[in-house]
Design a protein. Structure first.
Length: 347
């Protein structure tokens, strides 16, 4: 069959004008994230950043990339997309600080079947909010409209963050037996374990719009609480010389993430009685019949970041972190041996 009038890209489902409009809409939010070192705004073929302008003399670059997993499914199904961008940024920048790096700039990849300008603007404004919270500049990204690849209303997100530190300042460093483990409270489930969360919600018989059984608002709203950004608080403690190591508690929980920053031959003793399991995790455990061990290797269980400090610096580190807005508990100590050993009970 011959097409007489000629097809356009828009006829194929890709609206270039909408993409250009989106860039214009998000420029004010991106501009608010500007920081020393940024050399160019959105719209170019690449983004420029001046490390010397950011104050570095002999920098080492650190890069991280991540997404937000199937938490996206809840955001899509509920239409509550305003904070999913914060999750995206947090998952990347919280990893960077664990290496001792200051996050400098961020780029996002947003892919969808059909570009809905209002929803896309809300999503990327959320990304900008996450960048502001971490002192990280949103300097570029990619919006991909791919009809036939995603169902109506579906989208996917990926994030890419780059940070820097002066040479020789990388973490973990000097972790030793007797160091104290400080736990920083999470703001909920964050962005890991949502395939299990969604399965548990299915078993519960509740819908996202139903009243939350463990807090205010709807169940969907409660489970979309964004991942906490720990950058500014932990960097303050790092710059004060109070930190030997940092562990971002993501998929794998305390059980698998804490050993990643412990030298060979060292493990950790954690007192499960040192904090109270938040209501969201109590509800998930009850509804899913979860064993404590499964909880601790699937979810953050209320601890989103662990700070390792020398015993004689632990109180000073705790004061710095508390002063920066964190809720801090003393979890235990670094010991001889391997892996994480628990005492007491959460459930």
């Amino acid at each position: 069959m011959t097409i007489k009038n000629g097809l356009t890209y828009a006829d194929a489902g890709v609206d270039i004008d909408a993409g250009n409009t989106l860039v214009e809409r998000i420029k004010p939010a991106a501009k608010k994230t500007a920081r020393p070192g940024v050399m160019a705004g959105l719209g170019g073929f690449g983004a420029l950043f001046d490390l010397k302008g950011a104050g570095y003399k002999d920098p080492i670059l650190v890069a991280a990339t991540d997404g937000v997993g199937t938490k996206l499914r809840i955001a899509i199904d509920t239409g509550n997309v305003d904070t999913i961008g914060i999750d995206l940024v947090a998952m990347c920048v919280n990893d960077l600080v664990c290496q001792g790096a200051e996050p400098l700039f961020f780029l996002d990849y947003f892919a969808t079947g059909k570009l809905e300008l209002d929803a896309a603007t809300r999503i990327i404004n959320g990304i900008a909010a996450g960048c502001e919270a971490s002192g990280c500049a949103l300097i570029g990204g990619e919006t991909a409209e791919m009809p036939g690849m995603y169902h109506d209303g579906d989208f996917d997100l990926a994030g890419f963050a780059v940070g820097a530190m002066e040479r020789g300042m990388d973490l973990p460093r000097d972790v030793a037996e007797g160091d104290v483990l400080l736990g920083l409270a999470s703001d909920g489930v964050h962005s890991n374990g949502y395939s299990l969360v969604r399965r548990i919600v299915d078993y519960s018989g509740l819908a996202w719009r139903d009243a939350c059984p463990f807090g205010d608002g709807t169940l969907g709203e409660a489970l979309l609480a964004p991942t906490r950004v720990y950058v500014k608080s932990t960097l303050a403690a790092v710059k004060a010389g109070q930190v030997h190591g940092l562990a971002h508690i993501t998929g794998g929980g305390l059980t698998e993430n804490l050993p990643r920053v412990l030298p060979a031959g060292l493990g950790a003793n954690i007192d499960l009685g040192s904090w109270t399991l938040p209501p969201v995790f109590q509800w998930l455990a009850e509804q899913g019949g979860m064993a404590e061990a499964e909880m601790l290797k699937t979810f953050n269980a209320g601890i989103g970041m662990v700070v390792i400090a020398a015993a004689d610096q632990a109180e000073a580190a705790k004061a710095t972190l508390t002063g920066a807005g964190e809720t801090v508990v003393t979890l235990g100590t670094v010991t001889n041996g391997d892996g994480v050993r628990y005492s007491g009970s959460l459930l």
